[in-house]
Design a protein around this ligand. Structure first.
Ligand SMILES: Nc1ncnc2c1ncn2[C@@H]1O[C@H](COP(=O)(O)OP(=O)(O)OP(=O)(O)O)[C@@H](O)[C@H]1O
Length: 276
């Protein structure tokens, strides 16, 4: 399963942009990362997508193909949106006719309002973002990495992107995305992590305000792939202690799994949702 283990990243001799990141993105799951400006989100996503290497740690079992929507889509080319997508489609192994059809379908679905045959660098920010999304979805990705996918998009396109993400997920694609909390609440993320100054910490913002969220503190058990086994919202692991957030409906399954794997439940606290 795709995961980052002990990943750290430093640019030159500056401070560490990422410190000791452990993150798993199971197939068919959406994992979201939120955080303040400069927290390290884009760095984490670049490493996940494979466009940047880690300074420390390992990236394991990255599925292919990877679809990647970077934070800033390079729109320097004078090639048209259609020609650009057709070109990328061919690079990724599609025939010309299929690449053209796929590009047209995606641009239509994403409601590109600019001229698809005009120069890419003349498109508005939102339309350029639509081309960025289209290039990531030209061929069905096994891993989709999206850096603020809703950035600059008009409101009518938001639900289209949500639907597209649900479709790739249903096909077994692992989705890793970053956005501001409001964006993340649009997708049914199986886990939301907060990055703070390069470190992953727990995010206590309930995704579904109707459902209570519990924080469970556990200690000292055996190996268990918590994120893929259970419907966990967020988790944080430190020195044999594990803190997990889970919606009320899933807490009994979590306690059962904890028991079976020798984990001691230290506390169970309601932290959010339903009237809080
Ligand atoms: N190419 C680079 N060279 C040097 N430092 C960089 C580079 N890219 C990012 N950094 C630094 O790494 C840290 C994390 O940046 P990053 O862009 O990953 O954060 P972010 O959470 O995506 O921020 P934002 O929400 O503003 O996009 C910041 O201190 C940033 O200045």
């Amino acid at each position: 399963m795709f995961r980052l283990e002990g990943v750290g990243r430093r640019y030159g001799r500056g401070r560490w942009a990422l410190v000791d990141i452990d993150l798993t993105v199971p197939p068919g799951a959406t994992v979201a990362v939120v955080g303040d400006n400069g927290a390290g989100k884009s760095t984490l996503l670049r490493i996940a997508a494979g466009v940047l290497g880690p300074s420390r740690g390992r990236v394991l079992c990255r599925p292919a193909p990877v679809g990647y929507v970077p934070e800033r889509f390079p729109v320097t080319t004078r090639m048209s949106a259609l020609a650009y997508l057709r070109h990328l489609g061919r690079v990724r192994g599609l025939g010309t006719a299929t690449a053209t059809r796929r590009a047209e379908e995606l641009l239509e679905r994403l409601a590109l309002t600019g001229d698809p045959t005009g120069p890419l660098n003349a498109l508005s920010k939102g339309n350029a973002q639509k081309v960025a999304l289209a290039q990531a979805l030209l061929i069905s990705p096994e891993l989709l990495v999206l850096d603020e996918p809703w950035s600059g998009l008009d409101a009518v396109t938001h639900p289209v992107v949500v639907d597209m993400l649900a479709e790739v997920r249903a096909a077994g694609c692992a989705v890793l995305l970053t956005d501001h909390a409001a964006g993340v609440t649009r997708v049914a993320a199986s886990a939301v992590h907060r990055l703070h100054r390069g470190r992953l910490v727990l995010n206590e913002t309930p995704l579904n305000p109707a459902e209570p969220v519990f924080r469970v503190e556990l200690a000292g058990g055996g190996d268990l792939d918590w994120l893929s086994t259970l419907d966990i919202r967020a988790m944080d692991q430190l020195d044999g202690h594990l803190t997990v957030q889970i919606e009320a409906g899933h807490r009994h399954a979590l306690l059962q799994a904890a028991l079976e794997h020798g984990w001691l439940v230290e506390s169970l606290t309601r932290v959010g949702g339903a009237g809080q």
